[in-house]
Design a protein. Sequence first.
Length: 286
Amino acid sequence: MCALGGVTTYLFDADPAALGRAHRAIDESWEKSVRKGKLDAKGLAAARHNLHGLNRLDEGASAELVVEAIPEDLDVKRMLFRELDGLCGEHTILATNTSSLSIARIAEATGRADRVVGLHFFNPAPVMPLVEIVVGRRTSETTRDRVRDFAEALGKSPIVVEDSPGFATSRLGLALGLEAMRMAEEGIASPADIDKAMEKGYGHSLGPLKTSDLVGLDVRLSIAETLSRELSVDRFRPPEILRLLVAEGKLGKKSGRGFYLWTEEGPVPADLPEARHRSAHPRESR
């Protein structure tokens, strides 16, 4: 997305194989856009010219903006930000794509808390217009404005929120997603019908269970555990069906199976694990 937008973009991953897969997936996506007439040959060549892989993290130390998108583990993120703080120039803004963790806690690992900010893109980032800018306790107005300008230059629609557990979007989206999981767990309706209710009845482009599969059920579980702990409210307690699916390695689209079976043609209904404490269906109590 950044490379398409004319920005010189560097990719780094601790796993070189993952970096190779990323390059192939991005290029395949661009070629598909060309075939559909959404991207011309000149735009494709420019995007390829803008995208570079890094063998070492320090090779990208001159970047104006770093966007971290590693797993939702506060200690690991703090470790990375401490390393980035030592590598990058004073002008560099360090942004995290976290969907639930405290920006202030991540910023504490650096000596530039005024230049640490949340920059939460939505999946799939090239398609979804929303970007959530999360302002930490010490994030400067200059940093906030620079990343907002950056998001708008990419054609995105940013919102600005304060640093609070789950921010705005994860908190709202997760509440809906977890309730949809409980409904599926209780046998109130199938995942497909639950999603159809929100898509056709409320105009959502994707239902909450398809969205959860796209986000990653392991990610959803991690966020639910974080919000349940930080906010001390029962509505974010992870449903048993979510724990079961993650324990079975059914993580959603990235593993090929979650609430749906993901095929080349798209998602199709999948068999779900039987929850040990399945609630009685209302019809059974009549």
